[in-house]
Design a protein around this ligand. Structure first.
Ligand code: NAD
Length: 247
């Protein structure tokens, strides 16, 4: 579905980003992972090469909070592969601190990676996509962007901002043949969720109409659809992939 497309995936070293990288590679894309540390990038690349030595995958670790560093790395990818067809802004951090313990710095830290860094990715890739005549930008939102959550207020706030960015950019960039969409995962089995004790997991499953936690591959499949030409008329959409758990 993505033969010869070039994709950049931030936070591609584990969890949803890693599953999406694997899905894209097995669908013919060339993938560049952006991670936060060289060791984790190398480990992810080795593991993907282990799966299939023919996959064209490389990695880098620009500071996503630094717009100039991100733009430089995007330019390098463009130089190496001749284009960037797809950007997935997926790196994100979550939080569950109660309001009484919240600090302004903590709020800013979450907003910085979950929102400002998404914008840095957009700023870095849009000139490249415009010059080549189009592209696809996909963001990782969250179920809680729509309904909020009790505690960790920065996280749903940041993901609501991601939705706003997605809707607005879709409208602004449509005439440049750049589609912009987001996937809003529900509870998905990654390191974010693995930390929860078993007695917390079961009640969560009971609240999911499909009666299971999402797998990273469920989210990767949604990204695959949105990145592919199958979604050629889909833009400005926040696609919920949450087993209908929206409370
Ligand atoms: P994860 O913790 O396994 O992965 C997060 C990724 O972000 C990692 O690759 C990590 O290296 C990267 N990252 C974190 N801080 C970074 C930084 N400062 N610079 C660069 N990269 C950084 O979690 P995940 O569940 O795979 O999360 C991926 C995305 O999915 C996030 O945006 C998250 O908010 C979103 N999401 C997850 C769930 C869930 O239940 N797991 C639900 C909704 C949305």
């Amino acid at each position: 579905m993505l033969k010869n497309k070039v994709a950049v995936i931030t936070g591609g070293t584990r969890g949803i980003g890693y599953a999406t990288a694997k899905k894209f590679l097995s669908n013919g894309a060339k993938v560049v992972l952006f991670g936060s540390k060289e060791e984790t990038v190398s480990k992810a690349l080795a593991s993907l090469k282990d799966e299939n030595p023919d996959w064209e995958v490389s990695g880098a670790c620009p500071n996503l909070n630094d717009a100039e560093a991100v733009a430089k790395e995007m330019a390098k990818v463009n130089e190496t592969y001749g284009r960037i067809d797809i950007l997935i802004n997926n790196a994100g951090i979550s939080d569950s601190t109660g309001i009484d313990d919240y600090t302004s710095e903590q709020f800013a830290k979450i907003m910085q990676l979950n929102v400002n860094a998404v914008m840095n990715g957009v700023l870095g890739v849009v000139p490249i996509m415009k010059a080549q005549g189009g592209g696809v930008i996909l963001n990782t939102s969250s179920m809680v962007s729509i309904c909020g959550q009790p505690g960790g207020v920065a996280y749903p706030t940041s993901k609501s901002a991601v939705n706003g960015l997605t809707w607005s950019l879709a409208r602004e960039l449509g005439p440049s043949n750049i589609r912009v969409n987001a996937v809003a995962p529900g509870i998905t089995r990654t390191d974010m969720v693995a930390a929860l004790p078993e007695q917390m997991i079961q009640p969560l499953i009971n609240a999911i109409p499909i009666r299971r936690i999402g797998e990273p591959e469920d989210i990767a499949n949604a990204f695959l659809f949105l990145a592919s030409d199958m979604a050629s008329y889909v833009t400005g959409e926040i696609l919920s992939v949450d087993g209908a758990m929206r409370t």
